[in-house]
Design a protein around this ligand. Structure first.
Ligand code: BJ8
Length: 424
């Protein structure tokens, strides 16, 4: 990695502690990713992004700030990035995916809080992530109790706006979300000093839709057999999409998809044709959480799709681009975002329908429903997921895990047994 120490120091980061993170990441990445065979050439870009993970993109964000722009840190796929980009701001996903940050979060949060929340809070309080230092404002949401309370703690550190995400999907809830988007527009206009016009919002809707279309195209390639890309590599693309420039993200994902389409036409794959095809459903896997994919793929099976916010929930459903006025566009945004099926909704049959549909589209042999420890929403919903899948004869196993390596061997044994059962 190039030398970014001055930049990190200017951001007020704890350099000594941050060095410890920089020491472990390259080995972890090398072991999980670079050891794979027949990787697409288009992964070079993503390997580069990881090799400079706390350098290149943070430097771009700082440059944007120097030009008078603002950066908004987000934590959930219900936050409409379109609003931020329409005001000339940049939205960057901040969710923490490393065990390294968990202990920092545990200093202020109950230990029985989900690791994603603990890592996100820890990354900020320990000052070991440039993205958390750069953001001018954090944008939280009311999806789960742990996050709601975490925002109160983080708001002592950074200006924080909370979007009230409804918990049901009735017409009045969609209308309520529309009104939340209008409030968000006002906040973003105030912070950036820029007015959001219908023209600007139309441009931003297109920009984010194009990113979604590129990721959809990439995922479409994963429906092929033999599989042209590993699950680990596809997951990495989605993880990076959360904070990369959306235009570049679309360009790079399209370039990679094109290569995968050529592979498909030549019948080239990264796994043997008879490798088991696995769906991972459940809670998101923020970068650098590659644990489940690595275990599954090291056991010879392929992860072909993720029903998660670091998967299909991130890019399925486009925003209708036909709106001419702000009212029409905000309505279209509310409708699109409320189609996302997170376990924070009740009831949430759409998520189960999604899992069943994706199982068919991606020809999966089995589903691993994974939830982060202490996420009551997804662990409770797993009962209904299991029941619905059993009715359709779709094999499923449920796993609850965190970011640590402690349960690695135990998980490996359980997953290998599940795969063995699928092979019979
Ligand atoms: S839309 S999944 S990104 S809330 S933080 S709910 S894991 S206890 S991340 Fe999420 Fe938005 Fe839903 Fe997706 Fe559970 Fe942890 Fe809460 Fe979590």
């Amino acid at each position: 990695m190039a030398d970014y120490r001055q930049m990190w120091s200017d951001l007020g980061m704890d350099l000594e502690k941050h060095d410890l993170l920089c020491e472990v990441l390259p080995d972890a990445f090398g072991g999980v990713f670079l050891s794979q065979q027949k990787r697409p050439e288009g992964m070079d870009f993503y390997d580069f992004v990881v090799s400079e993970i706390h350098g290149v993109r943070p430097a771009e964000l700082i440059e944007h700030q120097k030009q008078g722009g603002k950066v908004f840190g987000t934590f959930c796929v219900y936050v409409p990035d379109e609003v931020v980009f329409a005001a000339g701001g940049i939205a960057a996903g901040l969710c923490g995916g490393s065990q390294f940050w968990v202990s920092g979060g545990e200093k202020v949060l109950p230990v029985n809080t989900c690791p994603l929340i603990k890592a996100s809070v820890g990354a900020r309080l320990d000052k070991t992530c440039p993205f958390f230092q750069i953001a001018d404002m954090y944008v939280g949401e009311t999806t789960c109790d742990g996050k709601k309370k975490a925002w109160e703690i983080l708001s002592h550190e950074v200006p924080l706006h909370v979007i009230d995400v409804p918990q049901m999907k009735r017409a009045k809830d969609i209308a309520a979300f529309e009104s939340e988007i209008f409030d968000f527009i006002k906040v973003v206009e105030e912070v950036t000093g820029n007015k959001i016009t219908a023209e600007k919002l139309a441009e931003a809707i297109k920009l984010i839709n194009n990113k979604r279309k590129a990721l959809q195209r990439l995922y479409n390639a994963r429906k092929a057999s033999p599989l042209p890309i590993s699950g680990k590599d596809a997951l990495l693309v989605t993880q990076i999409a959360f904070y990369d420039d959306p235009g570049r993200c679309a360009q790079m994902a399209n370039r990679l998809a094109e290569e995968l389409e050529q592979r498909i036409s030549k019948g080239e794959g990264v796994f043997p044709q008879d490798a088991l095809r696995i769906m991972i459903s459940g809670t998101p896997m923020a970068i650098p959480n590659w644990k489940m994919h690595h275990i599954v793929e090291s056991a010879g099976a392929a992860v072909v799709v993720e029903e998660s916010c670091t998967g299909t929930r991130y890019f399925e459903n486009l925003v209708d681009e036909s709106g001419q006025t702000l009212d029409e566009q905000v309505r279209a945004l509310a409708e699109r975002y409320m189609k996302t099926n997170c376990a924070c909704f009740t009831p949430n049959p759409g998520r189960i329908d999604d899992i069943i549909r994706l199982a068919g589209e991606y020809q999966v042999d089995g589903i691993i429903d994974v939830n982060l420890q202490f996420c009551n929403l997804y662990s409770t919903e797993s009962y209904l997921v299991k029941q619905a899948l059993a009715e359709r004869g779709l094999p499923v196993m449920h796993i609850e895990t965190d970011y640590s390596e402690q349960d690695y061997e135990q998980l490996r044994t359980r997953i290998e047994a599940f795969l063995e059962m699928l092979r019979k």
